[in-house]
Design a protein around this ligand. Structure first.
Ligand SMILES: [Zn+2]
Length: 311
């Protein structure tokens, strides 16, 4: 930890003028107090929002963005706490959520994730954006040293932090994090407030699982629960989750109706079943209706084919 403190002092010295003048900004990351012991770090692109749980017992991070962001991440954490950074939980395997692992591990931080996240880190990662993108296998130092199959709890800073596996949704290794005392949820990329849901079908994701996972999160949340999305600007809440769920029900029902008519995918695309939703949810160029509809279509069609016809 001595190395970590030395490094942080260097970072703080470099950033001090900007840091001192704006308490809620560490420079790169926008720092927002969510509730209780939890802060959210938001990068300018609002991808890979980080949760910071801090108090006298130490700091627990939820996700750590990219390798290149670690110095900024440390500076942002230091703007809210000078306690030791002890743990990082990866909500899932994507590079914008695990990229800082090796840097943090070098500082002695313990990395945790679901079993499947570690398994998928033992090889190169392929994701279904724009016909398939690959990312190199992460270095050995980035691997989680503690994994769980179902759930794990932290008992720190006077409250329980419950980390548990969600139904297969964005991937098959999505963890939800529930800060029970602070009444905050971090849902990783199962919850995006700025775009259609990304279903990583190369890594076990499921659109219907996404719906199930969001129903579960809404069931857990109370009226005052604050929710950190994996992507999207600002903290959300139960109403924000309900808005996303309503959008997903709408897509499911419209595409299911077209599937039930036996239409091929090209006719379903031509019918533009999400035309009324695209202005709100389909504006991120790398993941639009053209990406999400085929995934929903294939999943619903496979489901239809697996149900035996009435005798
Ligand atoms: Zn992701």
């Amino acid at each position: 930890m001595r190395r970590l403190h030395l490094r942080i002092m260097t970072v703080l010295c470099l950033l001090l003028p900007a840091w001192a003048s704006a308490q809620q900004s560490s420079g790169f990351f926008k720092v927002t107090h969510v509730a209780g012991n939890v802060h959210m770090l938001e990068a300018p692109d609002t991808d890979g929002n980080i949760g910071v749980f801090s108090g006298p017992d130490g700091v627990l991070l939820i996700d750590d963005r990219y390798d290149r962001d670690t110095e900024n991440l440390l500076a942002a954490v230091r703007s809210v706490s000078d306690a030791e950074i002890r743990f990082v939980v990866n909500t899932h395997v994507h590079p914008d959520h695990i990229g800082g692992n090796n840097n943090l591990a070098a500082y002695g931080v313990t990395i945790l994730a679901h079993d499947d996240v570690r398994l998928r880190m033992l090889t190169e990662l392929r994701i279904p954006r724009r016909g398939g993108i690959t990312f190199p296998q992460p270095p050995a130092a980035a691997l989680p040293v503690i994994t769980y199959s179902d759930a794990i709890s932290f008992h720190l800073n006077g409250e329980e932090v419950r980390v548990f596996i969600a139904p297969p949704a964005h991937t098959d290794g999505d963890s939800f994090v529930h800060f029970r005392g602070s009444d905050v949820l971090h849902l990783g990329d199962v919850f995006r407030t700025n775009m259609y849901p990304i279903i990583d079908v190369y890594n076990g994701g499921s659109f219907l699982g996404m719906i199930e996972a969001m129903e579960l999160a809404i069931e857990i949340a109370g009226p005052d629960t604050q929710v950190i999305p994996g992507h999207g600007s600002g903290v959300s809440d139960r109403e924000g989750m309900q808005e996303v769920l309503t959008m997903m029900y709408d897509i499911r029902d419209r595409v299911a109706n077209l599937v039930a008519q036996g239409l091929p995918l090209e006719d379903v695309m031509a019918a533009a079943p999400t035309a009324h939703l695209d202005a709100r949810w389909g504006q991120v160029p790398s993941w639009t209706a053209a990406d999400v509809i085929p995934i929903v279509y294939e999943e619903l069609r496979a489901l239809q084919n697996s149900v035996p016809a009435n005798p």
